[in-house]
Design a protein around this ligand. Structure first.
Ligand code: EPZ
Length: 423
């Protein structure tokens, strides 16, 4: 299995381009199941989760061409309405095919995704929504079997603004004639991007004054072409990496508005920033950063996906910072690894107290999940000495061309496979 070896202590310098969003690409690719007509999606990052989604679409009956960030999806015979566990266990977001398949076939069988390193991650909000839309949802031999005589429009109030449930129910509602209203929905930019793509496919979706989505379902949708929104978690990670190394970095082709809370927190902590409509310039600074209190929350709150990289930055502040992880119940797996690098962090339930230290030191550590892995990469870049990170496959799920982008910024990072004994 691949590892990273990072020789830290170098200030990042230069310009880095933001890739298309992983978390918008996945549901947009899935939404192409709502039509048999060709769809063309641009700015799709070449990532493990994207490749898994393309495999799923192929399995279900689509023909895929993927070159230079553009995916062309066409029909390749009749669609299937079930997935094998082999594909679902690789990526929880596979469950999101349930909405489009239910809408098209009135019946679908999808393996129940298990928990993962960051939490239990149930799908009850998705299932309650499907029931409101007229389907029965029964779990049999590990599979969720969805079935409806006829689907019906409904008013659905989500008990929590789940990103995945919002997207899954939205896709389903687009093919149910009549008016479906989705309340207390997720407002993440990735959801907006899915809405934009569905509208291009001919869906009638509007937002009401309260921010609920009103879907007037159609009997069919058509093919569409779309370019995926910038990945705010990737741009946020590079911005934090620049700050942690006291670098001088311009993150280009991003949407700074989608990182507003992060940028506000960074400024308050003492990181100088110059922001345009599409770029963030992180400037070098003297002295130590101020400690901060931060709580993760649904958008526009602080993104849980940036909590781990943020924790790395806070390990270098002068004083005690507090982080409250309110979205996932087990998203501090990176904390003990950061402690191995010299950080002083105490976690208790959803709270992490980070007592800032003057510097981190390189160590042998292990990535336990995607963003926790990125937190270790940033720590390795800021630390004195060499850091070896195991289980890089977690990080490969979400950061396109990571070593290339960091190397271009002056980092010393190499991929190494000890099994093959090759760099
Ligand atoms: C999406 O996951 C993202 N994944 C996650 O990104 C992100 O961390 C998360 O949203 C929150 O922003 C993709 O977009 C592919 P949720 P999702 O449903 O949709 C609970 C990354 O690092 N919940 O909004 O699965 C759930 O357990 C990843 O890129 C229920 O209880 O997240 C969690 O505590 C990881 N029942 C909370 O809601 C449900 O039916 C938020 O989950 C659904 C969710």
């Amino acid at each position: 299995m691949d590892r990273f070896i990072i020789h830290g202590g170098k200030k990042l310098q230069g310009t880095v381009q933001t890739s298309g969003s992983k978390n918008a690409s996945l549901p947009i690719l899935v939404a192409t199941l709502l039509t048999d007509e060709p769809c063309i999606i641009h700015r799709v990052p070449n990532l493990r989760d994207v490749r898994t989604t393309l495999k799923i679409l192929e399995y279900l009956g689509k023909k895929i061409e993927y070159a230079n960030g553009t995916v062309t999806i066409t029909a390749n015979g009749p669609l299937k309405n079930s997935l094998p566990y082999e594909l679902v266990k690789q990526m929880r977001a596979s469950f999101w095919v349930a909405g489009p398949l239910l809408a098209r076939f009135k019946t679908a069988e999808i393996p129940l995704p298990g928990g993962c390193a960051i939490g239990v991650r149930p799908v009850d909000i998705h299932l309650k929504g499907f029931e409101k839309l007229g389907a029965s949802a029964v779990t049999e031999k590990g599979n969720v079997v969805l079935h409806a005589q006829a689907l019906q429009p409904a008013k659905i109030v989500l008990r929590f603004p789940s990103v995945g449930a919002t997207q899954n129910l939205l896709m389903c509602a687009c093919l149910i004639e009549g008016e479906t209203v989705l309340e207390n929905i997720a407002k993440e930019p990735e959801v907006d991007d899915v809405v934009e793509f569905l509208r291009k496919m001919g869906a009638d979706i509007t937002a009401d004054a309260k921010g609920s989505l009103v879907v007037r379902g159609k009997t069919s949708l058509h093919g569409a072409e779309h370019s995926v929104v910038a990945d705010r978690i990737e741009s946020g990670s590079y911005i934090i990496a620049a700050a942690a190394t006291r670098g001088d970095v311009v993150v280009e082709n991003c949407v700074p508005e989608h990182n507003s809370i992060l940028l506000e927190n960074l400024r308050e902590a003492g990181v100088p920033l110059e922001v345009t409509s599409h770029s963030v310039h992180v400037l070098p600074y003297e002295g130590r950063l101020k400690p901060m209190r931060m709580r993760t929350a649904p958008y526009p709150g602080f993104a849980t996906d940036l909590q781990a990289p943020w924790m790395t930055l806070m390990t270098l502040c002068e004083g005690t910072s507090e982080i409250d992880e309110d979205i996932f119940e087990n998203r501090f797996m990176h904390a003990p690894e950061l402690v191995r690098m010299g950080a002083d962090i105490v976690t208790e339930k959803s709270i992490a107290r980070v007592n800032g230290v003057e510097s981190l030191s390189g160590a042998h550590v292990m990535a336990s999940d995607l963003r926790g892995g990125m937190a270790l990469v940033i720590a390795g870049l800021a630390a004195q000495g060499a850091t070896e990170i195991e289980r890089v496959y977690h990080i490969d799920r979400g950061y396109e061309d990571l070593e290339q982008k960091l190397t271009a910024l002056g980092a010393d990072i190499r991929r190494y496979n000890p099994d093959k004994n090759e760099f």
